[in-house]
Design a protein around this ligand. Structure first.
Ligand code: GAP
Length: 450
């Protein structure tokens, strides 16, 4: 029997992530580096599944998309043209008592230090530049300055002609890219929510001017649908339109998809109408024509751009916050205990199936290993399959629940006689006896419908 589930705070999520090998603090043996994180064995699987799911939905399932993987370091003129050198800043204020720094636009009470132990007066704001600077080559001089890209988008704009010429795409069409970005954020925090190094999944979707507003709405819907397809609860998602005074320098209109995190609502994705700002800006700076030839009107046009842009790490945070569940269950001895589980959609779960021999008995292990090979080598089951024979079966079920494994296959002594195994489902904990002959079919069905 289970009692209603409750959601818990970010410290519990961070602790599970460390305990089970999803996320570790970067350079931990040296005391760590503030707000930088490393993804462990299960974290890389989940992150990879997120990126694959996004690419599948946004690129492969459509016929109007192509991909790109541009370099992190770009010609410094890129950032002059894009407006980042001039405008990519945040207002920084410093507490005159405790010397901590904050973003002025994030303050709830103006001019007062938000640290409750302090509440001192704040300095007047100064604009702080967010791009990381470094030098290319052996000489550290102003001529060798390059930036770590703060968004992947500019790599797409500067390759506009290359992609059009090589892929012969017609408007409307889009270019997708997944890659690292860097921002020297004034304040970071909430685990992996705001960091200085993160990964982005961006689309620049080129449209005929005049069709931009309708297509902007379509992208908003498509992006929401992707979240729903990952099982994220609809009541924890909302859309927020940017007010005129918060729009980025390139945007005509922007919608954020926000998630109700343990600490409150926060942006997961921005979907902006960048108009023809970027193509025109790069055309002016580089002297290269960045237009599209319309065969119907026999004229060159500068397309407008709709940009769905989302952080991989923030999506990870969203998924894990939504999936984290604690429930009180009655155990077989009548006592109640807390079960922690990640209710992850099977498509993104880091481990799809765990094969668990009831014990390490030498008669059981070879049979269990054969079943393990049968499942993980099956072309019908894609993803990671784990073999786990350490500790009691109850503890192994708990371990698999905590990492979100949708199905466990238990091999017991009866298996040796009846050629059947027990399948246990993560969310309901229901157990069914299945003949090994039907195992692969049943697992692949359960993974695709759960
Ligand atoms: N090219 C558009 C662009 O960069 P943005 O709203 O600044 O737009 C897009 O960023 C997404 O990137 C955000 O919605 C968020 O998911 C992610 N993101 C931005 N800054 C981040 C940070 N410091 N840490 C983690 N993710 C971040």
């Amino acid at each position: 029997m289970t009692t209603p589930e409750s959601k818990l705070d970010i410290d519990k999520i961070a602790s599970l992530c460390k305990r089970r090998g999803f996320i570790f603090q970067s350079s931990e043996i040296y005391g760590g580096l503030a707000s930088t994180w490393d993804y462990g064995p299960l974290g890389v699987e989940l992150k990879r599944n997120i990126k694959d799911s996004w690419w599948n939905k946004m690129v492969w399932e459509r016929d109007d998309m192509v991909g790109l993987d541009s370099a992190i370091l770009m010609h410094p003129d890129t950032w002059e043209a894009s407006g980042h050198v001039e405008s990519f800043t945040d207002p920084l204020v410093e507490c005159t008592d405790c010397n901590k720094r904050f973003r002025e636009d994030h303050l709830i009470v103006p001019n007062v230090c938000p640290d409750t132990d302090c509440s001192g007066p704040l300095s007047s704001p100064r604009m702080f530049h967010l791009m990381f600077k470094t030098h290319m080559g052996p000489v550290e001089e102003s001529a060798s300055v390059v930036y770590l890209r703060p968004e992947t988008a500019q790599g797409i704009f500067v390759n506009f002609n290359n992609v059009i010429t090589s892929s012969r795409k017609k408007l409307p069409f889009g270019i997708a890219q997944i890659g690292k970005a860097f921002r020297n954020e004034i304040t970071t925090g909430n685990f992996i929510f705001r960091t200085r190094e993160f990964e982005m999944m961006e689309i620049e979707y080129f449209v005929n001017p005049g069709e931009d507003e309708v297509i902007h709405q379509q992208w908003l819907n498509d992006c929401l649908e992707w979240f729903y397809s990952l099982g994220i609860s609809e009541s924890n998602l909302r859309i927020r339109e940017h007010s005129q005074d918060e729009l980025s320098h390139y945007s005509k209109a922007t919608y954020d998809i926000e998630y109700n995190f343990p600490w409150g609502w926060g942006e997961v994705q921005g979907i902006a109408n960048r108009t023809d700002f970027d193509l025109k800006a790069h055309e002016a700076k580089s002297g290269e024509k960045l237009t599209y030839f319309d065969e119907n009107t026999k004229s060159h046009i500068t397309p407008y751009v709709i940009e769905p842009s989302i952080g991989v790490d923030r999506t990870f945070m969203t998924i894990i916050s939504d999936a984290y569940t604690e429930e009180t269950i009655e155990s077989s001895n009548g006592k109640s205990e807390t079960r922690i589980l990640l209710k992850l959609a099977p498509s993104i779960a880091p481990v799809k199936v765990a094969v668990l021999p009831l014990s390490r008995n030498e008669r059981l292990i070879p049979t269990a290993k054969k079943i393990y090979d049968l499942i993980r080598k099956s072309p019908f089951i894609t993803g990671h399959v784990q073999f786990d024979d350490a500790q009691s079966i109850g503890r192994r079920y708990r371990r698999q629940d905590e990492i979100g494994t949708p199905l466990c296959v238990t091999v017991d002594f009866d298996t040796l006689d009846d050629n059947a195994v027990t399948i246990r489902e993560r969310d309901s904990m229901k157990q069914n006896r299945i003949p090994i002959d039907n195992l692969v079919t049943i697992i692949s069905e359960k993974l695709s419908i759960q």
